[in-house]
Ligand binder design. Structure first.
Ligand SMILES: [Zn+2]
Length: 225
């Protein structure tokens, strides 16, 4: 067995190496197209297994809480919402995430009520592409436009799960867990976006993050088609 490579000193250096890696990465944005191509290839190869691990009937608070955190498509879209909010700033910091959360609940209710919505999985994957691309390409959107954009896609994220929920108290707690995890992912995106803006004194880091998200979303889309 090849487990002999562990050395006590190696782990101690890891956090610093990681930080240096991030500094180097952000300093070498010039070769972005090549990096994106590599990222795209990696994502395309990896996503069929990563997107939506288990959309079977689910219930319970912890199950609901874990689902968004374990589905790459949910994680990326929800972090993107936080990044978009951070990029706009001001009222958008809470209004944009609230628009996503609110419309996700609407989607969940529609799904639980048996109201069909076409192309749900494709809509979820597309949300990562479009939200990432908007972050990469557009200067900060007007607050209302960003709310409409994230809200429209949030319906798909909610619907996929509302449709599977039993109409019981455990379905409700599944929903509450799902909402809690989504809010945490928004907060993570907000924190990342705000600290990137502060550290870089520019929007370059956010734009690169958006481009990376869009590419990852294309991989998810390929998996959903
Ligand atoms: Zn899901």
């Amino acid at each position: 067995m090849a487990v002999a490579s562990y050395r006590p000193g190696a782990d101690d250096a890891a956090p610093l190496t990681f930080k240096l890696g991030i500094v180097r990465m952000t300093a070498r944005l010039a070769s972005l197209p090549a990096r994106l191509a590599i990222a795209a290839a990696t994502v395309l190869a990896a996503t069929p297994a990563l997107a939506h691990p288990g959309h079977e009937a689910a219930s319970g608070l912890s199950h609901g809480f874990l689902h968004p955190l374990t589905g790459l498509d949910h994680v990326l879209a929800m972090v993107a919402v936080g990044l978009i909010a951070a990029r706009i700033g001001g009222r958008a910091l809470y209004l944009v995430p609230l628009a996503f959360l609110g419309m996700m609940v609407v989607g969940g209710i529609l799904g639980a009520g048996g109201i069909a919505l076409p192309f749900v999985e494709i809509g979820i994957a597309l949300s990562v592409v479009v939200l990432g691309a908007s972050l990469a390409l557009r200067p900060a959107l007007p607050v209302v436009a960003a709310m409409v954009l994230v809200g429209a896609f949030a319906v798909f994220h909610g619907h996929a799960h509302g449709a599977e929920m039993p109409e019981t108290a455990s379905g409700l707690s599944y929903g509450l867990g799902f909402i809690g995890a989504t809010a945490l992912l928004h907060a993570a995106g907000l924190g990342l976006g705000l600290s990137a803006g502060r550290l870089m004194q520019s929007l370059a880091a956010l734009r690169v993050a958006g481009a990376g998200l869009a590419v990852a979303g294309l991989g998810l889309l390929a998996g959903a088609l």
